[in-house]
Design a protein around this ligand. Sequence first.
Ligand SMILES: *Cc1c(COP(=O)(O)O)cnc(C)c1O
Length: 409
Amino acid sequence: MINETSLKIVEEAESECSEIFEKLNKICLYNQNKILDAFRKVNINLSDIASSTGYGNDDRAKGKLGELYATAFGGEAGIVSPLISSGTHALTIALFGILRPGDIMFSVTGKPYDTLIDVIFKEGIGSLKDFKIEYRDVDLKDNDFDIDNIIFKLKELKPKMLYIQRSRGYTTRESLSIEKIERLITEVRKIDTNVIIMVDNCYGEFVELREPCDVGADVMVGSLIKNAGGGIAPTGAYIVGKQKYIEQISSRFIAPGIGLEIGSYAGSYTPFFQGAFLAPHVVLNALKGNILFGKILDKLNIKSFPEFGKMPHDIVRTIEFGDKEKLIEFCRIIQRLSPVDSNVVPYPWDMPGYNDQVIMAAGAFVQGSSIELSADGPIREPFYCYMQGGLTYEHLKIVAIEFVNTFYK
Ligand SMILES: *Cc1c(COP(=O)(O)O)cnc(C)c1O
């Protein structure tokens, strides 16, 4: 049952969102057209969407999927495969595909996402460090690139790779707009035409009109169980960019000298193609719901980011609950109102790799999918919660109504 009083409050908030919703609708229209154009350019036929077995020499879908994402995302070539298990896996393949002993990886957005720390630093497990690949970084300054410092270090270090993480990860910084990324790349290219620019694009796909490769990035990477898979790709990730780097990365992905010649998938490729087609609209739904939530949180005097009125640069909302019980209650609402596993009650737990207890809510069709509605937060001051996804706007609206039921006093 929908509570009419709470619905009224949510609808009031919704009416204040109309201006920003219009802008998002327009972005979605252009992105839908972009992906439709890519389908037509690459010429996807039903016979291309067939599954394969064994070596997969006859698997046409993987080649077409790579071309499709490369075309839509401004790259020359792409690797898109269910054989890549996660965003971290794809980022790892890309790093190891490009970097060689003695090279320097230079991150200009501070320390990368949590799961990459071991990939880069941990000794004795085959990390970049074990292969004598060095790492340096520069932190962001006032939520933007510290361009002077970056240029100074670039001249001094002569790194092989400049690395950008577009979304915020588990930090409180803002996500980077394509405009900011473009400005940085323009400055970098004035003094260095060789450094390979790689972008972790997770959570950023289809949020803006352009993607990092459209503004000069050489390689970009993202997960198919976030924005890029449209909520129905059951696993996988993409890597797109310049042909020569994609070739190097495919050597690492499968084997040197073989690359994408082999690789099969006996499951159905249909959800990968259909997911790509649906992705702009699913991202729109998630964004609208996310912004509606921002407005409602404002009304309840709960701080959250991005601030209302600002255009989003990813699909994540950071909520500052300032109170452990509220954070837990919020996660439980999300779980209870999920289509799957609604009977599960989330509790804070000691998750490997984290110093504090973490609470997570997700009742998703695809395990771990965060384009489906999910929320998680570490149990520590000031009790931040990261909320993202939502396949339909109406689902997010229903959760918002329940949120108002619980928290509006
Ligand atoms: C999700 C994410 C990743 C990759 O995470 P996986 O869980 O391995 O898919 C990397 N970087 C950022 C910023 C992310 O949000």
